[in-house]
Design a protein around this ligand. Structure first.
Ligand code: UDP
Ligand code: MG
Length: 316
C-alpha cells in the first residue's frame, strides 16, 4: 500500500498563547511520521482560524511562510469549534487520504498519532482517541461530562464514551460525511452513524498548556443539548409517556371528584386543585420547551445556510 497523505486539522480560536508552542509539537510529530515512512511527504498541518480576535491568524500565516508543511485557512467569522473543525475536514478531504483532528491547546497527546495511523494501516477507517482518565479535569467537569455520556447512551445516541474530537478519519469516510448536510453539528455523534471499520486508542489528556478553555459551563450545556436534540427524538417520546401517565392519574382524579360531589363534600379541595394546576402547568411548560427546541432545530435546518465561509487561504 502506498504511504497515506495525512492532514492534521487544528481548529484555533484566540490561541496566540499556545499556538507557538503546540505548532512545533505538531510539526515534529509530522516530520517524525514522514521520516518513519509511515505517511507521505505531502502530509500537512492545516490550521483553521475560527475568527480569532487576537493575532492567531498572523501567527498561522507566519508558520505557513516558515515551513511548507504548515497551512491555514481563515473563516470569515467565529463559528464555533464544531463548524471550524468541519471546515478543516471538508477542505482537506480531496487533498489527503487521512485526517486527524486535534485541539491546538496541547491537551491531546500528539504521540497517540503513531498508533492512530497504525490502526488505519491495519484497516480502520475511523480511529477514536479516547482519554483514559479525567484526572486533569475539575470534579464538576468530570461529573457532568460522565453524566452526559451516560445520558447520551440512554437516549440511544451512539457516541464513544469519553471521546472528544481527537480522531482519525479517512477521506473515504469524509466523502460519505459530506452527505450529512445538517447545520446543527455534533461531530462526535455523527461519525459513529456513518459506519465503516472503527477502533479506539487510549491516551492521557493533559491540562491546557496556556490560555483558557472556550467551553465554560454554559457552552458545555449548549453542546450537550445540541448533541441530544440533533441525534435523538426520545425526549419528545418521553413527553408522550408523561402525557399518558398523567391521563391515567386524571381519570382517578375525575372519579375522586365525582365521588366527593355525590357525597356533597366538594367545598374542601382548594389545596388539591392548586397542586394539580401547578404540577400540570410545570409539565406543560417543560414539554413545550422540549418541543420548541426541536422546532428551533427544524427552523435552522430548513434555511440551509452555509456552515462556514472561508475568507483566506495560505495556500491558494
Ligand atoms: N475553538 C474554536 N472555536 C471556538 C472555540 C474553540 O475553534 O469558538 C477551538 C480551540 O481553539 C481549541 C478547541 O476548539 O483548539 C477546543 O477548545 P478548548 O480547548 O477551549 O475546549 P476544552 O478543551 O476546554 O473543552
Ligand atoms: Mg482544550
Amino acid at each position: 500500500m502506498e504511504k497515506p497523505v495525512l492532514y492534521i486539522v487544528v481548529p484555533c480560536y484566540n490561541e496566540e498563547k499556545v499556538l507557538p508552542i503546540t505548532s512545533k509539537l505538531f510539526l515534529k510529530k509530522l516530520k517524525q511520521l514522514i521520516a518513519d515512512k509511515t505517511i507521505a511527504e505531502g502530509s500537512r498541518i492545516l490550521f483553521v482560524n475560527d475568527g480569532s480576535k487576537d493575532t492567531t491568524w498572523e501567527i498561522i500565516q507566519g508558520l505557513a511562510k516558515s515551513d511548507s508543511h504548515y497551512q491555514g485557512i481563515c473563516l470569515s467569522r467565529n463559528r464555533g469549534h464544531q463548524n471550524a473543525l468541519l471546515a478543516g475536514l471538508i477542505e482537506s478531504k480531496d487533498l489527503c487520504d487521512i485526517t486527524i483532528s486535534i485541539d491546538c491547546d496541547g491537551q491531546d497527546d500528539v504521540n497517540a498519532m503513531d498508533e492512530m495511523v497504525k490502526a488505519y494501516l491495519n484497516g480502520a477507517d475511523i480511529v477514536y482517541g479516547v482519554r483514559n482518565n479525567r484526572d486533569t479535569d475539575t470534579k464538576f467537569k468530570k461529573l457532568t461530562a460522565e453524566m452526559f455520556y451516560k445520558v447520551m447512551i440512554k437516549l440511544g445516541v451512539e457516541t464513544v464514551y469519553n471521546c472528544a474530537d481527537y480522531r482519525l478519519v479517512s477521506s473515504r469516510v469524509l466523502t460519505e460525511f459530506v452527505k450529512y448536510e445538517e447545520v446543527n453539528l455534533f461531530l462526535r455523534g455523527m461519525f459513529p452513524l456513518i459506519g465503516f471499520n472503527s477502533t479506539c486508542i487510549y491516551y492521557k489528556r493533559e491540562e491546557r498548556i496556556a490560555g483558557t478553555s472556550h467551553y465554560p459551563f454554559r457552552k458545555m450545556m449548549g453542546l450537550a443539548i445540541n448533541g441530544i436534540t440533533s441525534l435523538s427524538v426520545k425526549p419528545i417520546r418521553w413527553i408522550t409517556y408523561i402525557g399518558g401517565a398523567s391521563l391515567v392519574l386524571s381519570i382517578w382524579g375525575i372519579i375522586w371528584a365525582m365521588w366527593n360531589a355525590i357525597l356533597n363534600k366538594t367545598v374542601s379541595g382548594w389545596a388539591s386543585i392548586i397542586c394539580i394546576v401547578c404540577f400540570m402547568a410545570g409539565i406543560q411548560m417543560v414539554s413545550l420547551g422540549i418541543i420548541g427546541e426541536y422546532i428551533g432545530k427544524i427552523y435552522l435546518e430548513v434555511k440551509r445556510r452555509p456552515r462556514y465561509c472561508i475568507q483566506e487561504y495560505t495556500y491558494k
